[in-house]
Ligand binder design. Sequence first.
Ligand code: CP
Length: 301
Amino acid sequence: PRHLLTLDGLPREALEALLIRAQAFAEGHYDRRALDGLAVCTLFFEPSTRTRMSFQLATQRLGAQALNFDASTSSTSKGETALDTFKNLEAMGVRGFVVRHREDGAVAALAEHARPGTVLINAGDGRSAHPTQGLLDMLTLRQAKGIDFSGLRVLIVGDVRHSRVARSDLQALRTLGTGEIRVCGPAALLPDDGTLHGCTVSQDLDAALDGVDAVMMLRLQRERMEEGLVASLDDYHRDYGLTAARLRRAAADAAVMHPGPINRGVEITDEVADGPQSLILTQVANGVAARMAVLEALLKG
Ligand code: CP
């Protein structure tokens, strides 16, 4: 595709090709002038640390100019729309746009107005999709567990309802033929819109953890939540927090993942987040490589 808006519908060969390139980048094999002369803008209307910084690093490592748009200090504070902002930056000659927005479909809506040759990458829209997080998570799983996912049992835990990360991870895990995908969380935080088709769904974390090869914890997205969906953070932690004792129910070498930012002591304890099975910072490192693969695929040539 010309843009990367979602992993939904991306053929397995295309996904695997991106992961193979990302692995090469992770190993340091790349041309520092691959995107020479191009400019890429991180156009974020929502906060970010990992996605924005890693896209800027990825852009620079491939030789393109990285521009950062900060909504809080931009003319959007004077009422300028996202579309006008995008069109103005495009008029300056920016070729790549990495866009995060709180509304579902906002990045696709901008893409409809893009000139030929302009490329958009979804860096997270509403609850819908975060395709490069899905890619970096699959890269991390491949490195830890091998490239054949057919024997893997992967568990996603927590606030799936509000999570664009979970939606992109689920799409990628299905495309890559994952043996069993389990999802666990309180009923109020599980979507009922078809997102979980083909998954084994449970509200009992202890049972869901039994024998899994990887557990992907999600952040409780309080900023997207109506009041009262979760009784209290203490209750949530008691029922759905990943502790060292709980983790012992998973396979002995189970990988622990979390997209960040972490609510420490809520969805995961410090001991587990910083423990020997945690791949959380490996995910972050892989974010740069995965984003290099996407930028190269969409912008080179
Ligand atoms: N995982 C993730 O998207 O983190 P940021 O919100 O910090 O970019």
